[in-house]
Design a protein around this ligand. Structure first.
Ligand code: CA
Ligand code: CA
Ligand code: CA
Length: 202
């Protein structure tokens, strides 16, 4: 009876984890990179706890829609996106290279574009790349409380999202329920078997 209750609880938790998803709109004129004389605004950080996400969680990040980097006649020109985890919501002035003061490394580093004005390097070590149509499964690093998300560009002030479809989906990664159930079940059987064996030999 005790095991039955445990298994039922585990299955409910597995289902709960797969429905915990939320979308957040991305403003393509905001960035966490150094922008020099570009009049772009700083990225608005996403509080991970608002989406039920904690440090150590394995999460899925997915980009939807796209943005225009300033070329007339196109609504959505690209979906290229960069992101960085942080322990803090603070972001420094646009003339600062390491603007996200609590930046924490995760994923594979993206070498970001130089600034449009003066060709200055914008590259920080902690960020990673996201593209539309590909889900990035990633572990939220220790102490991370926020995610900063930005279009990947060199000049942000002329960007737009006229059809308002550019967004990121954040969700705790869903474990395939049957596989997890059987692993859990065989683990229990193994545990019971081991206990019996120990009793037999003692
Ligand atoms: Ca768009
Ligand atoms: Ca642009
Ligand atoms: Ca980088």
């Amino acid at each position: 009876m005790k095991y039955y209750k445990t298994i039922v609880t585990a299955v409910i938790l597995l289902f709960a984890s797969s429905i915990n998803a939320a979308s957040v709109a991305i403003n393509p004129t905001e960035t966490f990179l150094l922008t020099n004389n570009d009049s772009a605004a700083g990225t608005t950080p996403i509080l991970l706890a608002d989406h039920g996400i904690l440090a150590g969680d394995i999460i899925d990040l997915e980009i939807f829609g796209g943005w225009n980097f300033g070329v007339n006649g196109h609504i959505d020109f690209t979906s290229n996106t960069i992101a960085v985890f942080s322990s803090s919501s603070s972001i420094l002035l646009s003339s600062t290279l390491n603007r996200v003061t609590g930046a924490i490394d995760a994923g594979t580093d993206i070498i970001s574009h130089a600034t449009f004005f003066d060709d200055l390097s914008t590259d920080i070590a902690e960020d990673f790349f996201l593209s539309a149509g590909a889900i990035l499964t990633i572990m939220v690093p220790d102490n991370a409380l926020y995610l900063f998300v930005s279009a990947h560009d060199s000049l942000y002030q002329d960007n737009s999202d006229l059809n308002g479809n550019y967004k990121i989906n954040l969700s705790v990664s869903s474990v395939p329920v049957p596989a997890a159930f059987w692993l859990f079940g065989s683990g229990l059987i193994g545990f019971v078997g081991l206990s019996k064996k120990k009793l037999w030999h003692s």
